[in-house]
Design a protein around this ligand. Structure first.
Ligand code: SF4
Ligand code: FES
Length: 213
């Protein structure tokens, strides 16, 4: 298939505003948007975007595809290219565009740091995990920190959804010293929490579910 990729370009050293550039690429329907981006990059090695695993594991290839935040390596061309064979690719919304499709992820990591995103083991704990607790945390543990939920569900000034997922996962971990005290580290108004619960399964590429607590 001959595909028209409309890619949002921006180089802060030379451009005053972002603009779209069209790339024509030859690509099969079973290939991914990341494959298409790599084809465009072969045409212009100055094109900037993040990717690493190509397997929906590292979370680095998150971009807005036809306006919706998705993982480029998980999105098949045949599922996204309309009859006109055209796809638009933009940086994740709600993040600062650094260059082309690369955004500033610092606000996400700052929000993550604020929830103390590591296990603080109880000294007396024998390390064994109750299977029921482990099962309860399974969905939350699938987060790959891609930032897509932050791009799709805003919590202005509060804990970002990806950080909330990490904090909630640790709050349920019986091995953790802070345990449920972690809930007090997070700032999510009830109306925003409802949005996290409702929208997360639809927007998250790993189908993370935020449980009601
Ligand atoms: S919860 Fe899902 S969408 Fe949000 S950062 Fe984690 S993997 Fe990405
Ligand atoms: S390249 Fe790792 S998630 Fe897409």
């Amino acid at each position: 298939m001959n595909l028209s990729l409309e890619i949002c370009r921006f180089n802060p050293e030379v451009d005053r505003e972002p603009y779209f550039q069209e790339f024509r690429v030859e690509i099969a329907g079973h290939q991914t948007v990341l494959d298409a981006l790599l084809e465009a990059w072969r045409q212009d090695p100055g094109l900037s975007f993040r990717r690493s695993c190509r397997s929906a594991i590292c979370g680095s290839c998150a971009v807005a595809i036809n306006g919706t935040p998705r993982l480029a390596c998980q999105t098949l061309i045949r599922d996204i290219a309309g009859d006109n064979g055209r796809i638009t690719i933009q940086p994740l919304p709600h993040f600062r565009q650094l260059k082309d499709l690369v955004v500033d992820l610092e606000p996400l990591f700052d929000s993550l740091k604020a929830v103390v995103p590591w296990l603080i083991t109880r000294p007396e704990h024998d390390g064994h995990m109750d299977p029921a607790v482990s099962q309860r945390m399974e969905s939350l543990s699938s987060c790959i920190l891609c930032g897509i939920c932050d791009a799709a569900i805003c919590n202005p000034g509060g804990t970002k959804p990806a950080a909330y997922v990490k904090g909630l996962r640790l709050a349920q971990d019986t091995r953790d010293v802070l345990n449920e005290a972690r809930l007090r580290l997070m700032q999510v108004p009830p109306e925003i929490l409802k949005l996290f619960i409702k929208k997360m399964p639809d927007v998250c590429p790993k189908k993370v579910k935020v449980p009601e607590i």
